[in-house]
Ligand binder design. Structure first.
Ligand code: B12
Length: 222
């Protein structure tokens, strides 16, 4: 597929997401995969950019919540089509065990779901706690499954204020050295994440994989 045709398809994906046209979103995902396009690029430049525009329209009151929800559902449906293309076969041992969830009070899970798919595709074992997850639940799950990394997502500025509790509570329980903490989500920035006790921060799902790999190297003393 030539560069122009790829760019056109990406633009169509952005448009279909903004118009919350779920059937078209799914159909375009299939077309992109049939043409051998990179599913990561399709998510980042296509559906995520479309959601960004939806967010802008929500902010300017052009869209209300139902439109945002329909667009989110359309993106979700398209991601289902892309998922198998992101998953490689992993017969070898897990790269590491990650407990991942959206922090308490927050139901924005599209980003977390993409991060999960990418981490699994890279060979990590990911335990998904879903959304609106209390901090103690991250820790209980990490203890139960012998996790290496606790990863949390926050999309609201109000809910990101729970993130520092992960490190604080781990410290209180004497468990801080057992786990690497990785934070992410739109309002979170790297300096703040480190300041509140995280070991790593990822800007997007691609970076999440790189950061998780680095944290595993660090944890294994490499
Ligand atoms: C979709 C959406 C919704 C959907 C969520 C559906 C779902 N299942 O997720 C619905 C309609 C339910 C919703 C509800 C609300 N929303 Co809303 N929503 C959005 C919107 C449009 C898109 C968010 C999104 O999914 N982006 C696409 C994903 C792929 O990107 P992402 O989440 O950033 O994730 C990427 C990175 O951040 C990173 N990442 C994410 N998590 C992690 C984790 C780790 C560990 C790492 C390393 C990386 C990482 O990787 C991801 C992939 O690349 C944004 C606007 C915007 N422009 O972002 C508003 C927005 C986030 N919402 C907002 C608000 C205010 C709300 C509501 C309070 C509205 C209301 N009045 O009821 C409620 C909150 C409900 C709650 N308690 O959570 C505000 C937040 C303002 C703020 N600064 O806090 C925004 C910014 C809109 C706005 N401009 O005002 N929303």
């Amino acid at each position: 597929m030539n560069v122009n045709a790829e760019a056109n398809l990406i633009e169509e994906i952005v448009e279909a997401t903004v118009k919350y046209d779920d059937k078209r979103c799914v159909d375009l995902a299939r077309q992109a995969m049939d043409q051998g396009m990179d599913p990561v690029k399709v998510i980042q430049d296509g559906y995520s950019r479309g959601m960004q525009i939806v967010g802008d329209k929500f902010a300017t009151l052009e869209y209300c919540l139902p439109e945002v929800m329909l667009a989110a559902d359309a993106m979700d449906a398209a991601t289902e089509v892309l998922k198998p293309h992101l998953m490689k076969s992993h017969d070898h041992d897990s790269q590491g065990i990650i407990v991942l969830g959206v922090i308490q009070g927050d139901i924005h899970d599209l980003g977390k779901n993409i991060v999960k798919i990418m981490l699994r595709a890279a060979g990590f074992t990911v335990h998904d706690l879903g959304n609106d997850t209390p901090v103690r639940q991250f820790i209980e799950k990490a203890e139960a499954v012998g996790a290496d990394i606790i990863a949390a997502s926050a999309i609201l500025t109000t809910t990101m204020s729970y993130m520092p509790d992960i490190s604080t509570i781990l410290n209180e329980l004497g468990l801080r050295d057992k786990y690497m903490i990785m934070l992410g989500g739109a309002p979170v920035i790297a300096d703040w994440a480190i300041e509140v006790g995280a070991d790593g921060y990822g800007e997007d799902a691609v970076e999440a994989v790189e950061v998780a790999k680095n944290l595993m190297r660090k944890k294994r003393g490499g």
